[in-house]
Design a protein around this ligand. Structure first.
Ligand code: NAD
Length: 437
């Protein structure tokens, strides 16, 4: 029986359990350049991956486990490990089809390869996804603990080719549950030596990107400029403070949470900041007359419906995947004369904050601060200028220039371990990992 791409992850979990397939994989064989499936039932899916030109991108390994407790599927997606073990967070989210679940994992893990490479981190790119069942009460702490402990055991079984972390839909308690079952997780709780909330450093990284873009495009600083911010969450709030410290002229912000907006207006009264509460579908903030637009809420907000109305000459924000379709929307912004600073270039501080937490902490850590300083060649500031300059020279969008630079850097090998993590991936195939549960 062939397994169907279009199946809902909940149904697929039941089907696979009935077939006694509890773990399965698709591993890329560098010698034959073929996608090898773990089971004959997955041959069609392997062929679809092999033929896919959009998202597959020769992932070194895609690993899956069917939950033994709930109707859900867990994944560990290992894109490229030349720079080190694949590192990136795990998303806990709803998917209607297994294909969407797999594609999201692949897009996100390739994004982590690029983010880690541009940041100069000695880590490869990976991402985990857990399909969230519609009917399950995931607010129940016992349910969550069971899901994330099971996920931790799955991560242990991958022998360290993928290192997981917090992402959309997961929280520090969940990461604690994962950590109780595996050492291959970062962003662990602070009370057991973790690095804590990265949002303020993320905000500062984005502001550094803005400074570089404003200097590059306008030959001036942020002083006196107008900034529009969509979303006043963990990143948006500290961003306001960093911008006020730089004497911006005006900050216009919005959020869908009216209480949050009210408390921010209260906290920042008599400053250049004002915020308004909006409906989820209200995109008016994107169309403000401003110098920099900072999307800090959700992704896919730059698309054919919004781009024609945008007045900001520069877009630089924290939200992941701001371009709905990078091949279509990057060039559309370029044609309009808008400088789009790629999100993964400036929002790196989330992963930078936790990536090396096993190496310990020191105040004013120079290895951390260099990312948000202006000197180091891999700093957000320098990389932003480099990408914008290369885009101009090559007459392409900054998104394309950043991708090209990241692609090149992502093939550099770890100075001590080389491409060792790929050996781990291959060993899982050779040792019958798929039979291990
Ligand atoms: P968050 O959930 O704390 O904040 C998002 C805010 O946006 C919330 O206050 C929410 O109410 C608001 N919002 C949602 N939809 C909106 C809309 N349509 N219009 C206006 N406001 C809306 O998230 P965060 O940690 O601040 O992250 C913001 C973005 O940056 C996310 O896309 C996240 O993936 C990305 N990011 C965050 C970090 C980090 O360190 N936190 C790192 C890298 C990337």
């Amino acid at each position: 029986m062939a397994i169907n791409w279009n199946t809902h992850p909940e149904s697929l979990a039941r089907e696979l359990r009935a077939l006694q397939i509890n773990r399965f994989y698709f591993i890329y064989d560098p010698a034959t350049k073929k996608v090898i499936p773990s089971h004959p039932e997955l041959a069609e899916m392997a062929q679809a991956l092999q033929a896919d030109e959009r998202d597959y991108a020769q992932h070194e390994g895609l690993f899956f486990q069917v939950s033994q407790n709930y109707d859900l599927i867990m994944s560990g997606n290992v894109h490229r490990t030349s720079r080190g073990q694949a590192a990136g967070g795990t998303r806990f989210w709803f998917y209607n089809r297994f294909e969407d679940f797999v594609r999201d994992g692949m897009r996100l893990s390739k994004g982590m390869t690029y983010k880690n490479a541009l940041a100069g981190l000695w880590w490869g790119g990976g991402k985990g996804v857990i399909s969230r069942p519609e009917g399950l009460d995931v607010r129940d702490p016992e349910v969550r603990k069971k899901i994330f402990q099971e996920y931790g055991s799955f991560i242990t079984s991958l022998k360290g080719c993928y290192i997981t972390a917090e992402d959309v839909g997961t929280n520090t308690t969940d990461i604690g549950s994962i950590f109780s079952k595996t050492r291959f997780v970062i962003s662990i709780p602070e009370e057991v030596g973790g690095s804590g909330n990265p949002s303020a450093p993320t905000a500062l990284g984005v502001v550094r990107g803005m400074e570089a873009a404003v200097e590059w495009k306008m030959k001036s600083s942020l002083e006196g400029k107008t900034i529009a911010i969509q979303g006043l969450g963990n990143v948006g709030r500290p961003m306001v403070r960093y911008l006020l410290e730089r004497n911006v002229g005006k900050i216009i912000a919005c959020d869908i949470n009216p209480e949050l907006v009210e408390s921010m207006n209260q906290d920042f009264r008599e400053t250049a900041f004002t915020a308004r509460a909006v409906d989820r579908n209200d995109s008016s903030i994107l169309f403000e007359e401003c110098d920099v637009l900072a999307p800090c809420a959700t992704g896919a907000i730059l698309n054919p419906n919004t781009i024609p109305e945008i007045k900001a000459p520069i877009i630089c924000g924290a939200a992941n995947n701001q371009l709905e379709d990078s091949e279509r929307d990057g060039p559309a912004l370029l044609e309009k004369g808008v400088v789009y600073v790629p999100d993964y270039l400036v929002n790196r501080m989330g992963i930078v904050n936790c990536a090396n937490e096993q190496y310990g902490y020191t105040p004013n850590d120079p290895y951390f601060n260099r990312h948000i300083g202006t000197e180091w060649e891999n700093s957000v500031y320098q990389m932003t200028k480099k990408v914008l300059t290369q885009a101009e020279e090559n007459q392409c969008s900054p998104a394309k220039a950043a991708d090209e630079l990241a692609e090149k850097l992502s093939h550099e090998e770890h100075p001590l371990f080389g491409h060792r993590a790929q050996l781990i991936v291959q060993s899982l195939r050779d040792t019958g990992w798929e039979q291990s549960l």
